[in-house]
Structure formats: C-alpha cells, structure tokens
Design a protein around this ligand. Structure first.
Ligand SMILES: Nc1nc2c(c(=O)[nH]1)N[C@@H](CN(C=O)c1ccc(C(=O)N[C@@H](CCC(=O)O)C(=O)O)cc1)CN2
Ligand SMILES: [Mg+2]
Length: 302
C-alpha cells in the first residue's frame, strides 16, 4: 500500500444479507401457509427500557414482513418473578405461538435463568434454554434440528454468505456474555467449523497480545471502541457486535457506539458496520428460528 491512509476494509453487509434471508424465509412461510400452518412469534417484554422496546417493535415489524403472526406479552417494570413466569406459561400453552423470546435484560431482581428454563425448548426462538445450549455444545443437532442463539448464528451466516471460511482460522472473541461471546466460542470450536478460538473478556490482562494474532475478531464486550486499529492484524476480519447507547450531555440525544473504533477500517480486510452489520442478522436469525420451529412441528405432526 503506497498511501497508508487509503485502505478501506470490505464491508460485511448485514443489512443486505438480512434482506436476502428475509426473502428466502417469506417463501418458506408461504409453503407452511399452504399446509395451513402460520408461524407465530411471541415476545415477553418487561418494563419500559427504550432499547428493549425498540428491539421488540422491530422483531414484530420483521414478522409482519415475512408473514409470521405476532403475539405480545408486555408487562410493567414492576412485574414480579411470578408475573413473568405466568407470561412464559401462557406462550408455552398457546398453539398460535410456535416460537417466543424473553427480551433481555430483565429488570434487576428477576432471576433470568429461572425464567429462561421455563421456556418450552421446542418453542425457544432464542436458543437460550439450557437444553438447546446443551445441544449446541454436544452438537446433538445441527442448526435445523435445534435453535442456535440468534447473534452467533447471524455472525456465522454473515461470514458464510460473504464466502469466508472459518476452517483453521484463529478467532479471538472479546466478551463472555451468554447471548454472544461464550456461545459463539463454543459453536466455532465444533468440528464442522474447525476454528481455533480464544475467548477473551474485560478481565483479560493483555488483550492486544491476543487480538494482534487473530485472523477473525468478534468484538462483543459492550465497551465502546475497545478494539482500536493497533489491536488488529492487517487484513483481519472484524465483527463489531457490541452496542452501547451513549447519551450526549449537551443535546440529550442518543447515539449507538460499537466496540470497534472506526479507524480499524484502515487496517482490517473485512469489517461489519455497526449499525447495519450483525444487528440486522440477529433479527433475521430470530425469524429463521421461528420458521424452523414451525417446520419441525409440521414434521413431528406427520
Ligand atoms: N432475548 C434477547 N434479548 C436480547 C438479544 C437477543 O438476541 N435475544 N440481543 C440484544 C438485543 N437485540 C435483540 O433482542 C438486538 C439488538 C440490535 C439489533 C439491531 O438490528 N441493531 C441495529 C441498530 C438498531 C438501532 O438503530 O437502534 C443494527 O445493528 O444495525 C437487533 C437486535 C440484547 N437483548
Ligand atoms: Mg494464524
């Protein structure tokens, strides 16, 4: 490179990829409808967090686009553990609901794991029930036979659809949360993906020591700009998953800031934008999980 400032990473375009996937899912939903089956996504939303409200609204908008029915359980921030568990029980019992999610995070004081354990694993559209996480680890089933968590599955699909193979690659995951970091680490070490995974987090002593050797970096720590250009090997593939809402003290307006510093684009080979990268893929994979749960139910019914 003659001009060091002129390099720009290729874009892992999650928005366009998610649109393509939604087109494919629309056809599968139509095929189910021809057999008299309408997939239905249920959501449990507790409280008035603006981010969570926006995500749940977006999920139902996506459903309408591809022909999936919507069921909502909206509870106040004051909802008790028992109230939330009752909402989960209603969706478990409702035949119109073929898959559902509990929007996270739940308010402080609620035992999230207890709530997630009550979700019927066959209706678990987020792939976060212990049975489905266990299947992810044991590789009892592939993605079609049991749901994978939406963000890890979205990252995989984004890479595959850009012609990027993980086999033999050194992947450094930054972040150990259940919805992204820890689960994508476990998934990528499965034989079929064959990646070498290092799971780092905010307690890692020397993050740069790990990331500088990575072929692929999955940044999911939720720390704005934690991945700076000097932490990235030239040509590496960088996925910006973390999202932090930053409120400007002056204007009060909110901006979303990713884990990846914008100057990483001058070093990386591929970069997922944020917004427009992994977020839209997460939403598309939720729809895929709902459609597949309905398809499995049809097969099980013979
Ligand atoms: N039960 C769950 N809770 C949460 C999950 C989840 O997968 N299941 N993930 C996140 C939130 N989330 C979905 O719920 C989510 C976050 C962001 C996006 C997204 O498309 N982001 C856009 C930008 C959005 C904006 O402008 O506000 C983007 O990246 O382009 C989708 C889903 C935590 N909770
Ligand atoms: Mg190497």
């Amino acid at each position: 490179m003659s001009d060091p400032g002129s390099h720009r990473a290729s874009v892992l375009d999650g928005a366009a990829t998610a649109r393509a996937i939604k087109g494919e899912l629309t056809e599968r939903v139509a095929a189910l409808a021809a057999r008299g089956v309408v997939p239905g996504l249920g959501t449990v939303l507790v409280g008035a967090d603006p981010g969570s409200q926006a995500y749940v609204r977006g999920k139902h908008r996506d459903c309408a686009e591809v022909g999936i029915a919507s069921l909502r359980e909206d509870l106040p921030a004051t909802a008790s553990q028992a109230d939330i568990e009752a909402a989960v029980a209603r969706l478990n019992a409702d035949p119109a609901c073929t898959g559902f999610i509990v929007q996270l995070p739940l308010p402080a004081g609620i035992d999230t794991n207890r709530v997630l354990e009550l979700v019927d694993p066959a209706k678990d559209a987020d792939g976060l029930h212990p049975t489905n996480l266990g299947r992810l680890v044991l590789r009892v089933n592939g993605p079609i036979d049991s749901p994978l968590p939406c963000t890890p599955r979205g990252i995989l699909e984004l890479l595959v659809r850009h012609g990027i193979s993980l086999a033999g690659q050194d992947v450094v995951v930054v972040g150990r949360g259940t919805t992204v970091g820890r689960t994508i680490g476990l998934l990528l070490t499965r034989r079929e993906f064959n990646a070498t995974v290092t799971l780092t987090h905010t307690g890692t002593h020397d993050l740069a020591e790990h990331t500088r050797h990575a072929d692929i970096i999955v940044a999911a720590a939720g720390v704005p700009g934690i991945i700076t250009a000097d932490l990235v090997k030239p040509g590496a593939i960088v996925l910006d998953v973390g999202v932090t809402r930053v409120v400007s003290p002056g204007t009060g307006s909110t901006t979303l800031v990713g884990d990846v510093d914008p100057r990483v684009a001058e070093v990386a080979g591929w970069l997922s934008p944020n917004p427009g990268g992994v977020g839209p893929m997460t939403r598309a994979m939720l729809l895929a999980n709902v459609v597949e749960a309905a398809e499995r139910a049809v097969i099980a019914a013979g």
